[in-house]
Design a protein. Structure first.
Length: 71
């Protein structure tokens, strides 16, 4: 996924990744678990990323998803 993003975007272009549907993508993960996995993947691949990546949390999920323990 990271290589696909980096090859299709220009350097310093902004990329938006929404956190939605983790439970419905046959992942059997909560939205919180999905966000934690996504965060770890992005941190692991930091050396490959030359893009501004913005992770978007849907406003109705803000009570369910906690971002304070991600960093």
């Amino acid at each position: 996924m990271i290589d696909a993003i980096s090859h299709k975007c220009n350097i310093q272009e902004k990329v938006y990744i929404p956190v939605i549907g983790g439970g419905y993508a046959s992942m059997n993960k909560s939205n919180q678990e999905f966000l934690e996995i996504l965060s770890k993947v992005l941190h692991f691949n930091t050396h490959k990323l030359q893009l501004d990546i913005n992770v978007i949390v849907y406003s109705k999920l803000r009570d369910e998803i906690h971002i304070t323990n991600l960093l």
